[in-house]
Design a protein around this ligand. Structure first.
Ligand code: B1M
Length: 234
C-alpha cells in the first residue's frame, strides 16, 4: 500500500515576486479568494503599484481563465469562483486606485447592458474613472434602456458608459443610443462603450463617441471628452 504524501503548503509570503504572481494566477484559476487577497496585500506591501498588481497578477490571471473557459476546460461554476476571487482582490485595490485629491472632473453613469451579467471589466472601468476624478453611478449588470434613461434623467451626468462582453449583447448598445436619438437626448450625453468583443469600427457604427479598449483608455477618453466639451462651451 502506498502512503499518500501530505501536500506541501505554500507560504505566499516566502515566494519571490515572480513566483508569487504565478501562484496568484493558479489561485485565481482555482477560485481561491483568500489567497488572492493575501497575495494582493503582499505585493502592495512590497511596493508594487496598485495598477501593476491589477494588471500583472489579476487581469493576466483572468486572461488565462478565459482561454480555458473558451476551450471547454473550465465551466461556468468554476469561472464564477475565479471571478469572485478576482473581485476580492479588486476590493483591496479599489480605494488605492480611486485615491485622488483632485476636484471631480465630471460624472458618468455606467452599466453592463441587458442580457449580460459580466461585470469585472465594467467594475474596473468604474474604479479607473473614480481614480481619474469622476463621480461614477454604477447601474450594475443586465441594464435595460429604461434603467439607463432613468439614471441619466436622475443624475444628469456628462457621460454614459456601456459595457458588453457577449457578441449577442453588444447590439443592445445601439438600442440605447437609438433611443437617446429618438428622445432628442443624444446631444446631452457623451457615450463611451467597451468590452472584449467590441472594436473601434463597432463603436463608430452604433454612433458612440468613443470605443475604449481598456479601463485606462476609458478614463483617459472620458477626461478628454469632458475637457473638449467644456472648451467648446466657452
Ligand atoms: Co463569460 N464569456 N459567459 N462568464 N466570460 C466570456 C466573455 C467569453 C469570451 C468566454 C470564452 O468563450 N472565451 C464568452 C463570450 C463569447 C462571445 O460572445 N464572443 C463567454 C460566454 C460564452 C459566457 C456564457 C454565455 C457561458 C454560458 O453560460 N455557457 C455566460 C453568459 C452569461 C451572461 O452574461 N448572460 C457567461 C458567464 C460568465 C460567468 C458568470 C461565469 C463569468 C462572469 C462573472 C462576472 O463578471 N461577475 C464569466 C467570465 C468571468 C468570463 C471571462 C472568462 C472573463 C471576463 C472578464 O472578467 N475578464 C470571459 C473570457 C474573456 O474575456 N477572456 C468570458 C477580465 C476583465 C478585466 O476584462 O471584461 O474584457 P474585460 O474588460 C476589459 C475591457 O474589455 C474593457 O476594459 C476592461 C478592463 O481593462 N471594458 C470596457 C469592459 N467594459 C468596458 C466599458 C467601457 C470601456 C472599457 O466603457 C464604458
Amino acid at each position: 500500500m502506498t502512503e499518500e504524501l501530505p501536500e506541501e503548503e505554500i507560504i505566499l509570503a516566502d515566494l519571490s515576486d515572480e513566483d508569487l504572481v504565478v501562484q496568484m494566477h493558479d489561485d485565481l484559476y482555482d477560485g481561491l479568494g483568500e489567497e488572492i487577497v493575501e497575495g494582493t496585500t503582499i505585493l502592495l506591501e512590497r511596493g508594487w503599484s496598485p495598477s501593476a498588481v491589477l494588471n500583472d497578477a489579476l487581469v493576466e490571471g483572468m486572461r488565462i481563465v478565459g482561454i480555458d473557459f473558451r476551450d471547454g476546460i473550465l465551466f461556468v461554476p468554476e469561472v464564477l469562483l475565479s471571478a469572485n476571487a478576482m473581485k476580492a482582490g479588486m476590493e483591496i485595490l479599489r480605494p488605492l486606485l480611486a485615491e485622488t485629491g483632485a476636484e471631480p472632473v465630471g460624472k458618468i453613469v455606467i452599466g453592463t447592458v441587458k442580457g449580460d451579467i459580466h461585470d469585472i471589466g465594467k467594475n474596473l472601468v468604474g474604479m479607473m474613472l473614480e481614480g481619474a476624478g469622476f463621480e461614477v453611478i454604477d447601474l450594475g449588470i443586465n441594464t435595460d434602456v429604461e434603467e439607463f434613461l432613468g439614471a441619466l434623467d436622475e443624475h444628469k451626468p456628462d457621460l454614459l458608459g456601456m459595457s458588453a462582453l457577449l457578441t449577442t449583447t453588444m447590439p443592445y448598445m445601439k438600442v440605447v443610443i437609438d433611443t437617446l436619438i429618438e428622445k432628442s437626448l443624444r446631444e446631452e450625453y457623451m457615450v463611451i462603450v467597451g468590452g472584449a468583443p467590441l472594436n473601434e469600427e463597432f463603436g463608430e457604427a452604433i454612433g458612440a463617441d468613443a470605443y475604449c479598449r481598456d479601463a485606462a483608455v476609458a478614463a483617459e477618453t472620458a477626461k478628454r471628452l469632458v475637457t473638449e466639451r467644456r472648451a467648446a462651451e466657452v
